[in-house]
Design a protein around this ligand. Structure first.
Ligand code: UDP
Length: 237
């Protein structure tokens, strides 16, 4: 299955059509952006790490009953995926207060919450991905109530599965963002990626950040943090 035309180039990935209109190929880039594109840079090796780590997470998630877009890893940077219409929502699941939540509620980063928090943001760069609630989502037809119920159920399963995997690697899952797509027949599946670009991973012993916050906050050691995640998550596989 080869690439035909490029359908889309995003901040971290390119998406190509293939001869089969139900499938496309995603190609992960080393480009990094933060603050809605205001900060730009390169994280050498990121594309290949995110591709492999994301596919590994998704393969386990799939086994636990959440359908995903992944069909086959083609090489270091490229994966064959099911072509979907993306639901225009960023679903954020949080276990520990950090980032925008800590800021919004005036909390210290690191406060463990008594249950996971789920937030939805409307995917729109011009508007800076504003947070929306269930009522907005249904009223604006971003998703139906039924779809939202499925998305919520799947997101909490993803949280459980990731926490289980990462616990073995002495990594705390602080929060993460996922996206869903609709197949032609309307089936909701997990799409996009799950990687150090889209999750907060803290070393469980030292609380050292092992994710994109190192780039966002100029903490140094960005490449090493991505490599460390690859090593811990996939090293023993
Ligand atoms: N996140 C993401 N893409 C975005 C916004 C957030 O992948 O456009 C991830 C981010 O890496 C973190 C989680 O979602 O793991 C929660 O992010 P938050 O809302 O705290 O925003 P941030 O501090 O990243 O701006």
């Amino acid at each position: 299955m080869g690439k035909t035309v490029m359908l889309y180039e995003g901040k971290a990935k390119k998406v190509w059509a293939t001869e089969d209109d139900a499938l496309c190929i995603v190609s992960y880039k080393d480009d990094a952006t933060a603050f809605n594109g205001l900060k730009k840079g390169t994280i050498v090796g990121k594309g290949s790490i995110n591709n492999r780590v994301s596919n590994f997470f998704m393969s386990i998630i799939e086994k636990r009953g959440v359908p995903t877009h992944v069909v086959k890893e083609l090489n270091d940077r490229e994966t064959l995926v099911k072509r979907v219409e993306i639901v225009p929502l960023e679903v954020i699941v949080r276990n520990i207060a950090a980032g925008s939540l800590a800021k919004r509620l005036g909390l210290e980063e690191g406060i463990v919450m008594s249950q996971p928090v789920i937030e939805f943001c409307y995917k729109n760069d011009e508007l800076n991905d504003p947070m929306v609630n269930t009522s907005h989502i249904i009223a604006m037809n971003f998703a139906t109530r039924k779809e939202l119920d499925i998305i919520t159920k799947y997101s909490l399963i993803v949280n459980e599965v990731l926490q289980e995997i990462l616990k073995e690697d002495n990594i705390t899952l602080v929060d993460f963002k996922i996206e869903f797509g609709r197949e032609k027949d309307g089936t909701i599946i997990l799409a996009d990626e799950i990687s150090p670009d889209t999750c907060r991973f803290w070393d469980s012993t030292t609380n050292e950040k092992l994710d994109k916050d190192r780039f966002r906050r100029d903490l140094g050691g960005v490449e090493d943090a991505y490599k460390e995640i690859l090593k811990r998550v996939m090293g023993k596989k």
